[in-house]
Design a protein around this ligand. Sequence first.
Ligand SMILES: [Zn+2]
Length: 190
Amino acid sequence: MDINTLLQPDCFSVFALGAFLGPSITEEQRILSGRQGEIIFTYFGIIPSDFDVPECRCGRPMYRVNDSSRKLGYRFKCAGGHKINPTKNTFLEYVHTAGELGCNKIVQMIYLWLISSDTATIQREVNISTETAVAYTEYFRDVATKIMNHDYLMIGNEHDIVEVDETHLFRAKYNVGRVMAWNAVWLFGN
Ligand SMILES: [Zn+2]
């Protein structure tokens, strides 16, 4: 299943999401499932796509360098040696996606939270600690409150930035043409 099929309103469900992410029992499955979660985050502009390469503060263009120690497996670098982590200033900056808690599990937590699951259900279904479930649901609430208070009709303006405690949730430049998709997911939470 590709992401466009997954996000059709008559397809999107906890079961379709599970099929899209796949199992995460073995180490190999965990890695693959984490990548599927990254596809969802990329689609919604939360992490950069292949076409979103920033310009360095020194004015030189940046390019991708593979770095397996990084959250997304790469970082941006310019010819002057400056480096940027691709999750900088995004929702994922302070989130550890390595190891057990991959993007697949973060997506699962977001989904369950959006359909009003309680913390115990999220903890059990995503198979994480209670502390993790509590911390994330608090974070989601902060983010949702921030968006609700933001004039989100303005999202899409290239200078518009949604921030949560100094962290940019997403930047409009990653979101051109995807505003409706974002609103669609937002509406699922109502
Ligand atoms: Zn530079």
